[in-house]
Design a protein around this ligand. Structure first.
Ligand code: NAD
Length: 299
């Protein structure tokens, strides 16, 4: 596919909207869809895109479809089932890029279904969070059946991200993303645990975060989550707790599926499930330690 101009984006949430803004700035002709129709209208208007009410309108002239949806199950539903499935009306040769954090095995199966309909599939999840999406500096982990499929959509990636890694075949980007988020969630969990132990001993939590951030215990979480969001009680990273718990579950499930003994992933999964059960899916992920703190036995 040379000269991609017509792109459709499905899912206009915390990540999808700023990604759309950057696609618009790069000059793509854009169509959008979100199940929240008011949101779709507002976001479309703000960025000069066309909000579509049905798949035929969205598919007409579209060369690349980007999905930025909560889960892989929703991505598969949109493509294969909802309103008859978007895939059924896309022109042969269209590329579908799933930039959501989806389960890698589901993505492999989706790639096969789409290939049977003459469609290309790339799983291209991202890291960098909402700030990276706003700045257009996301890291993109792209899996595809052939390198040429990625080459063909590089302008789309370059509008939203700074680095594109080619991770292998379909599903490999999604596997990498889940494993990254498991490592990040493990760092959050360990940092939260250290703060609770320290506080019980009499250490000041804010001081502990300052010290971690200039010491070997430093991590993305200690710097970008604990300092600006936990210590200040702002709790506004723009990443929902339910989504991070989902990612940790994908990583732990992948280890189990592959027969790898991975006890830390199981334990981190348990902790995030506990936080999700206590606080709900929709709260900011940076609040997780509040659930663990509330569940601590008192002296
Ligand atoms: P979000 O919940 O803010 O947005 C999801 C959007 O999808 C919403 O606007 C919702 O209305 C829409 N939607 C839900 N079901 C739909 C359907 N059936 N059809 C059409 N639209 C539908 O989520 P987000 O934070 O933007 O995350 C999107 C994806 O990116 C997730 O897979 C998440 O794990 C991943 N991710 C998020 C972050 C982050 O920091 N927020 C970072 C990296 C990756």
């Amino acid at each position: 596919m040379s000269g991609v101009r017509h792109v459709a984006l499905i899912g206009l949430g915390n990540m999808g909207e700023p990604m759309l803004a950057n696609l618009a700035k790069a000059g793509f002709q854009l169509k959008v869809f979100d199940v929240d129709t008011e949101r779709a209208q507002r976001v479309a208007q703000a960025h000069g895109a066309q909000a579509c009410a049905d798949w035929r309108t969205l598919a007409d002239g579209t060369q690349v479809v980007v999905t930025m949806l909560p889960t892989g199950a929703i991505v598969r539903d949109v493509l294969l089932q909802a309103q008859g499935g978007l895939a059924a009306v896309l022109a042969r040769g269209t590329t579908v890029i799933d930039m959501s954090s989806s389960e890698p095995t589901g993505s492999r199966a989706l790639a096969e279904s789409l290939a049977q309909q003459g469609l290309h599939f790339i799983d291209a999840p991202v890291s960098g969070g909402v700030p990276g999406a706003v700045a257009g500096t996301l890291t993109i982990m792209a899996g595809a059946a052939s390198p040429a499929e990625i080459d063909a959509v590089m302008p789309v990636f370059e509008a939203m991200g700074k680095r594109v890694f080619r991770t292998g075949g379909p599903g490999s980007g999604h596997a990498m993303k889940a494993l990254n988020n498991f490592v990040a969630a493990a760092a959050y969990t360990a940092t939260a645990e250290a703060l609770q132990i320290g506080a019980r001993f009499g250490l000041d939590e804010a001081l502990m975060v300052d010290i971690l951030n200039v010491s070997t215990g430093r991590s993305f979480n200690s710097e970008v989550v604990f300092a600006p969001h936990v210590v200040t009680q702002r709790f506004a990273t723009g990443f929902a707790l339910g989504l991070l718990a989902k990612d940790v579950g994908i990583a732990a499930g992948l280890g189990e599926h592959l027969g790898v003994d991975a006890p830390v992933s199981r334990l981190v999964q348990q902790r995030w499930q506990q936080a999700r059960a206590a606080l709900g899916d929709g709260v900011d992920q940076s609040r997780a330690l509040l659930a663990w703190r509330a569940a601590q036995p008192q002296d």
